[in-house]
Design a protein around this ligand. Structure first.
Ligand code: KIV
Ligand code: ZN
Length: 501
């Protein structure tokens, strides 16, 4: 059996998605979830890009054990120095150097001729090799690079010491079959290719990233670069969950290939990334979308009841999707709750379980049926690592078709209660303005979304928002059966996050 190496770039290319920035604590949270998921390599960031990214890559390298920890560098000494200074704390550091090789990039972006590019590629790999033995080189925009030149660069960087050569479809331009043929051609035309792993890195501009990655695997690629939920620059990167599940599901095609991903963790990690980036997962997204395992049509439901495989090619539990299964109610005890949480994959401390139990009881008083989705939302709320500075004490709103909405909000701050009132464009806006007054912090709301966690009129509403205050932008969530309260909780969580940075 040949192993497909899973190189996760959620924390680097994924984080490059407009508006998806993660702070250090959030990067660490995602990185440790990736360890449980079983990824082989974590690309933790682009250290030269900012002091914050440098610190985050360093923190990941220091505390995350197991996978290789990688950082990205241009083919420039100071970039390579920065990567090494950040990843050297890992037992398994990797430096990833990239340099564009397509005519269009060389002419317009780099303004350099082929000879100069070849020289830079080789010298940067040699320079990186002085620091560590695990070096990856990416000829950026490889899919639009003249084949002969691509072979020449790949051969030269391997001779210079690159141990992985990554072939990016940087702008998602390649047709999958064409991309597979590039990989085949590299295997056939690069004399020293047996001394390196061939990797691929596909973007989704034409919705073909996963298809191209799979074609590449069929043609000899043994490392795939991908992100959770497919987030990334522009239309995103190849989605990890789709690649992994395609390999697992189509054993007839990928019979001699496997990944070491613990697929039951997929849904949980997907939710975590969505929560921390504020990027909702589309309901129809393959593998992790809310509808991925829902059968609506009568004929389908009938088929699934008779034999699941009629309409289900993946068992939901294989990706950790527990659906909306009815689990607990008002009379369920702490033990039943704790057992269900364990089944859902949560390991809580006694203190955390107490808090979750309290929220669970409060919710059960308002809502007859508590679903897994409700529980997951409560656990995510209650296991936040951030120590709250502000807490909601109470709120009151006045709204209607013929009046200007007003809100009064009381917050607990240290041992004081701070209250303020405000009017607004709607009750939520009025609440946010009242919170701004109470805290003295002017927040700029950049994004606001609300969705029902489960079905039914009494469903828990989950608000995710993006807030800018004190020159920082954070995403946060709040949930409640009352959507105004969920909005207030999300806003206060965002302020607490900002205070903790
Ligand atoms: O898309 C791309 O080409 C990249 C490289 C840095 C690998 O992200
Ligand atoms: Zn990329």
């Amino acid at each position: 059996m040949d192993k497909i190496i899973i190189f996760d770039t959620t924390l680097r290319d994924g984080e490059q998605a407009p508006g998806a920035s993660l702070n250090q604590r959030e990067k660490l949270e995602v990185a440790s979830a990736l360890v449980h998921l079983g990824v082989d390599i974590i690309e933790a960031g682009f250290p030269i890009s900012s002091a914050g990214d440098f610190a985050a890559v360093k923190a990941v390298a220091k505390s995350i054990k197991g996978p290789v920890i990688c950082g990205l560098a241009r083919a420039i000494k100071k970039d390579i120095d920065a990567v090494y200074q950040a990843v050297k704390f890992s037992k398994r550091p990797r430096i990833h150097v990239f340099l564009a090789t397509s005519k269009i990039h060389m002419q317009y972006k780099l303004k350099k001729a082929e000879d100069e590019i070849l020289r830079l590629a080789v010298s940067s790999v040699k320079y990186a090799r002085r620091y560590c033995s695990d070096i990856e080189f990416s000829p950026e925009d490889a899919s639009r690079t003249e084949r002969e030149f691509l072979f020449k660069v790949v051969e030269a960087v391997i001779a210079a010491g690159a141990t992985t050569v990554n072939i990016p479809d940087t702008v998602g331009y390649a047709d999958p079959v064409e991309f597979g043929s590039v990989i085949k051609a590299i295997k056939e035309n690069v004399s020293n290719i047996d001394q390196a792993i061939i990797s691929v890195h596909c973007h989704d501009d034409l919705g073909l990233a996963v298809a191209s990655s799979l074609e590449a695997i069929k043609n000899g690629a043994r490392q795939v670069e991908c992100t959770i939920n497919g987030i990334g620059e522009r239309a995103g990167n190849a989605s990890m969950e789709e690649i992994v599940m395609a390999i697992k599901t189509r054993r007839d095609i990928f019979s001699d290939l496997e990944t070491t991903i613990n697929t039951q963790q997929i849904y949980k990690v997907s939710r975590l990334v969505s929560k921390l980036t504020g990027f909702a997962v589309a309901p129809n997204k393959a593998i992790v979308g809310g509808n991925a395992f829902r059968h609506e049509a009568g004929i389908h439901q009938d088929g699934v009841l008779k034999e699941r495989s009629t309409y289900e090619i993946i068992r939901p539990e294989d990706v950790g999707f527990t659906g909306i299964g009815l689990v607990l109610g008002k009379h369920s005890g702490r033990h039943a709750l704790s057992e269900r949480l364990k089944e859902l994959g949560f390991k809580l401390t006694a203190g955390q379980l107490d808090k979750v139990n309290k929220r669970f009881k409060e919710l059960a008083d308002k809502k007859k049926n508590i679903f897994d989705g409700d529980l997951i939302s409560i656990v995510e709320d209650e296991t936040k690592v951030i120590k709250p500075v502000w807490r909601l004490e109470s709120f009151e709103i006045n709204s209607g078709t013929k009046i200007t909405p007003t809100a009064s909000v009381s917050l607990k701050y240290k041992n004081k209660i701070l209250s303020a009132e405000s009017s607004g464009d709607g009750p939520v806006d009025a609440c946010f303005r009242a919170i701004d007054r109470a805290t003295g912090i002017k927040g700029e709301l950049q994004d606001y979304r609300i969705e029902a966690v489960t079905k039914g009129k009494d469903a828990l509403g989950e608000v995710s928002l993006k807030l800018k205050a004190k020159e920082r932008v954070v995403t946060a969530r709040g949930s409640s059966t009352d959507i105004i309260e969920a909005s207030i909780m999300a806003y206060i969580n965002a302020l607490n996050k900002i205070e903790s940075l």
